[in-house]
Design a protein around this ligand. Sequence first.
Ligand SMILES: *Cc1c(COP(=O)(O)O)cnc(C)c1O
Length: 367
Amino acid sequence: MPINVTRSSMPSMEEYMEEIRPIFESRFLTNMGPVYKKFQHQLIDYLGTQYISLFVNGHMALEMAIQALGLQVPGGEVITTPFTFVSTTHAITRNGLTPVFCDIKPDDYTMDPEKIEALITDRTVAIIPVHVYGNICDVEAIDAIAKKHGLKVIYDAAHAFGETYKGVGIGNFGDASMFSFHATKVFHSIEGGAIAFNDAQYRVRLHELKNFGIHGKEDVLAVGANAKLDEFRAAMGICNLRHIDEYIQSREEVVTHYRERLGGVKGIRLCQPQEDVKSNYAYFPVYFAEKEFGKSRDLVYEDLQKQEIFARKYFYPAVNEMTCYKGLYPQNTPVAHDVSTHILTLPLYEGLSREDVDRICDVILYA
Ligand SMILES: *Cc1c(COP(=O)(O)O)cnc(C)c1O
C-alpha cells in the first residue's frame, strides 16, 4: 500500500450528515449563515482569541488581513521569511507590497529575530513571520521589535492550529494570525481559513472585505472580493473540531515513534520540542546532512518513492528561489537555502500505523 505524505482526517459520514441536515432544511447555503456562526463561536472558544473571521481558505484570509490592517501603502515593504509555503509571499505581492526576505534560525526554521532590525527601512509597514511546521516563532522578540518600530505583525499560523505558548492560544500574538483549514492541515474544513485577532476595529472590515466590500444593504465601502466560507464547509469544520484532540494525540504517537527510530542517528537532524509550547504535531521535518549520514536528501526521497512512500521536499525551493520571485528582491538568506536543500517532511497523519512508520524508517536507514 502506498503511503502518502498526508491523509485528511474525517468524521464518520453519519456525523457529517447530521451536521448538514439543517442546511438542507433551511436552504441557506452560504453568506455567513447559522452554521458559519456556530463554527465561528466554537473556534473562538478553542483558539482563545477575542475574534475570529472565517474565510474560504487561508490564503484569502491572509490577503484580506493585510488589507484590513491598512498595510497597502504604495512602496510598502513587508519583512517575511522565504522558508514557507508560497502563499505567504503571494499574499504580500498580490497586495502590491514588496517582500523583504529575512533569514531563518537553523534550529527551528522560524524567522531569526536577530536579523530583522537590519532589514527595517522607512518603507517597512509590517512583519509576516510563519510558525513553520508548527514551530512557534520567537513571538516575544518579534512583537517587541514591531512595537519599537511601529510595525504591524501578522503571523502565518497555517501550521499552528490549536497550539499554545505559555498556555496562551497562539492566535493571541501580533496584531492578527492566519489559520488554514485546508484538507491537508491538522484541522480542516475541506477548504477554509480564519483570521484570529483581538482588536475590535478589524471585525467589520474583515467581514466586509470577504463579501465584496458591501456595507449594509445599499453601499460598498471597500474594493473587496468574494472569500466567504460556505455552510457545508463550516459543518465539516464543526465535525472535525469535535475530534481535534484525538487527531492531535494520534499524531503525537506517530511523532514519538519517529523520534525513537531516527533520534540520535548520525547525520539526521530533528527539530527539538519547544519549551512552553503545546504542539499540534503538524509535520515531521528531517534534515539530512549528506556527509555524516551517507545519503543526500534527494537520494532518501528517491529510495522512499521506489517503495511507494511519498515524502515531500517541503519547503523546496525556498520562495525567493522560485522562478516567479528569483532575482527580484535583494536577499541574503543562506540558512533558508541550506535547510530547503536538505529537508524532507515524512508522512504524518492521524492513524498512520506504527508498522508504517517502521517501514518508512527502515527505508531511510537501510535502503
Ligand atoms: C496551507 C498554507 C497556506 C495557505 O492556506 P490555504 O488554506 O491552502 O489557502 C499559507 N501558508 C502556509 C504556511 C501554509 O502551509
